[in-house]
Design a binder for this molecule. Structure first.
Ligand code: ADP
Ligand code: MG
Length: 614
């Protein structure tokens, strides 16, 4: 019988080192991690057995055992779950393959050690926590449906071994050879209290099996936490359940229990995470809600239960009204599932609304992490568009650093103001200082500052909010000029008609038009977008969809009251072919580019012109 000796993948080794050298200040958590894995393995066996009965023997019993052995100084966590074959062991226990730890390993690769302590809290490292209390870990396992068993073994150094072992029962035993100073985990009292503290919600029996004792006490109550009355469950129990479910080690931001009654009955226990796991933002990430039917998990990531944009919500939904053997493919067209989805969506949106109204600081944390997903909702879910727009937080010229609810802003506005001004860009502090805001400042109006790529797409779909038109200040629009402003513009256009023509000719390659604007007060000029310009974010999306999108030239607007224009005109009237005139016009354009957050095409020439001027 051969023994394979394998090396841990480099990043696994680093995680291992971090774990062993005690990143966690309390080692207790190793037990809940191993019990959580055992419970996952039992879930998977139940689930696979739905379609393949031969996987479970007649005398099969779902069970997790804790076996403390005083003599050998070992603690064994044994389960009758799905088990692993040799390759699975090498893969799952030899590399960081678990969902969360993979992103963690990526950060290690990218060498961002300063973020590690925070991240290890976020992702957890599951199985590897065994090495916090054991110097040698052995895993004996046989996968359901196969005959050969295997043993995985490691001392937490560079390597591990995998070898074949005969006569193993189906399931997995994790044998911890406890470190000398960790022998407290042999004590039955300690084990009892750890289980009731961290693992009571596990729906399978956790049995204490002390060698030499005939008693086999069950340490947990086994009741699914989502069916228990809220006042009966402690905050800590809810939090532990969340950590098990979400594979997170930090506490959730908020929790909701919901019992849907009426035509269809269902129980939901939902959580809002404090921070996002990286995969959540990936396109192929599914929902964070698991579906149970009569205590059996039917689907771990049931994307049928909530709209995609709510995929950050984690939790469990259980309905007795669904058939146990429902195929995953049929879930979407199932009437009960559709009813649940509708009720759940409404519930979650109003829950978020309550959080916004009652706990704005927490809501800001949430929005900071998942706001882009809510924006995705605004442009993808017309049925709930208004409610979703109510959930937006925005930065404004009056509050560029702290986001405020868009709803409050609109409610506090005088009724006779029919528009909401906004600007889009990539940095809101830059936006707050941009010349686009001058007109609004003069009018004493707040301007919304949008700086995420999701914003432009959302704004195009939204169009208006609470009967107020959303108006971009960085796009052409004469619609809301006053009579006086219009007049000023026309007078200037007449007075400087020659100069305007000259500038249009000179900047022909760069801009589609040059004209005067009443929106400027202090700055000499500004670049604005054509009203049909889809915006940068939209343009890159269209391009990715292989749509033809012409790069649209901007419009250069001049401030008729600025001294610079007077001077340019003077040059123009004196000698229209002077290189100084052309140089100055080009410099003015470069200036506008810089003020719009861009960089001049030819920074060297621009620099020289400025230097000459000085
Ligand atoms: P996670 O539980 O987040 O996936 P872990 O590090 O806890 O990460 O476990 C890694 C993987 O090892 C699991 O995803 C699973 O495939 C496998 N595994 C661990 N413990 C068991 C077990 N008791 N039975 C079957 N598979 C297991
Ligand atoms: Mg785990």
């Amino acid at each position: 019988m051969s023994t394979r000796r394998l090396k841990f993948k480099a990043e696994t080794k680093r995680v291992l080192d971090l774990v062993i050298h005690s990143l966690y200040s309390h080692h207790d958590i190793f037990l809940r991690e191993l019990v959580s894995n055992a419970s996952d393995a039992l879930d998977r066996l139940r689930f696979e057995a739905l379609t393949d009965e031969s996987l479970v023997d007649e005398d099969h019993e779902d069970r997790i055992e804790l076996i403390p052995d005083e003599e050998k100084k070992t603690l064994t966590v044994r389960d009758t779950g799905i088990g692993m074959d040799g390759d699975e062991m090498a893969r799952e226990l030899g590399t960081i393959a678990s969902s969360g730890s993979r992103s963690f390993a990526k950060l290690l690769e990218e060498n961002r050690p300063e973020e590690i302590p925070e991240l290890i809290g976020q992702f957890g490292v599951g199985f590897y926590s065994a090495f916090m209390v054991a110097d040698t870990v052995e895993v004996f396992s046989r996968r359901a449906g196969t005959d050969q068993g295997y043993r995985w073994r490691s001392q937490g150094e560079d390597t591990f071994t995998v070898k074949e072992v005969d006569d193993l029962p189906v399931g997995t035993s994790v044998v911890l050879h406890l470190k000398e100073d960790r022998e407290e985990y042999l004590d039955s009292y300690t084990l009892r209290s750890l289980v009731s503290r961290y693992s009571d919600y596990i729906t399978y029996p956790i049995v204490l099996a002390e060698p030499g004792s005939d008693e086999r006490p069950v340490l947990n109550s086994q009741r699914p936490i989502w069916t228990r009355p809220e006042e009966e469950v402690s905050e800590e129990e809810y939090n532990e359940f969340y950590k098990h479910l979400a594979h997170m080690t930090e506490e959730p931001l908020d929790r909701l229990t919901y019992h849907g009654e009426g035509v269809r009955e269902f129980h939901a226990l939902l959580f809002l995470p404090r921070s996002r796991q990286m995969q959540m933002m990936m396109p192929d990430y599914k929902s964070g809600v698991s579906l149970y039917v009569r205590k059996v998990m039917i689907k771990e990531e049931a994307e049928e239960l909530l709209p995609r944009y709510l995929r950050f919500v984690r939790g469990v939904v259980e309905s007795p009204d669904l058939p146990l053997n429902i195929s995953r493919e049929l879930l979407q067209s199932n009437a009960t599932v559709r009813v649940i989805r509708k009720a759940l969506t409404r519930k979650v949106l109003s829950w978020l609304g309550e959080l916004r109204d009652g706990r704005i600081d927490d809501y800001r944390i949430l929005f900071d992490q998942f706001g882009d997903l809510l924006k995705e909702g605004v442009y993808s879910d017309y049925d709930h568009q208004e409610e979703l727009a109510d959930l937006l937080l925005v930065h404004t010229s009056g509050s560029p650093d702290e986001a405020v609810p868009l709803k409050d802003l609109a409610e506090e506005m005088p009724d006779d103001i029919e528009t909401l001004y906004y600007v889009t860009g990539s940095d809101r502090r830059e936006l707050a200082a941009s010349p686009y805001l001058e007109k609004a400042k003069r009018e004493g109006r707040e301007v919304l500052l949008f700086d995420s790529p999701a914003d432009e797409i959302m704004l195009q779909s939204l169009g208006e909010y609470r009967d107020r038109k959303l108006v971009s200040l960085s796009k052409e629009s004469d619609e809301d000029l006053t009579e006086e402003e219009r007049e000023r513009k026309e007078t200037a256009e007449e007075a400087y008609a020659g100069l305007l023509e000259y500038m249009k000719d000179t900047l022909n390659e760069q801009v589609s038009d040059v004209r005067f604007s009443p929106r400027l007060q202090d700055s000499p000029c500004v670049l604005i977008a054509d009203r049909n310009d889809p915006g940068e974010a939209m343009r890159s999306i269209l391009k990715a969809m292989r749509q033809d999108v012409p790069d649209m030239k901007k419009i250069l607007e001049l401030n008729p009251n600025h001294d610079l224009i007077e001077k340019l005109d003077h040059l123009y009237e004196n000698d229209r072919s002077s290189p100084e005139l052309e140089g100055s016009v080009r410099m003015l354009y470069d200036l506008a580019v810089i003020m719009a957050g861009g960089r001049p095409d030819d920074p060297a020439t621009f620099g020289r012109r400025v230097a000459d001027l000085l």
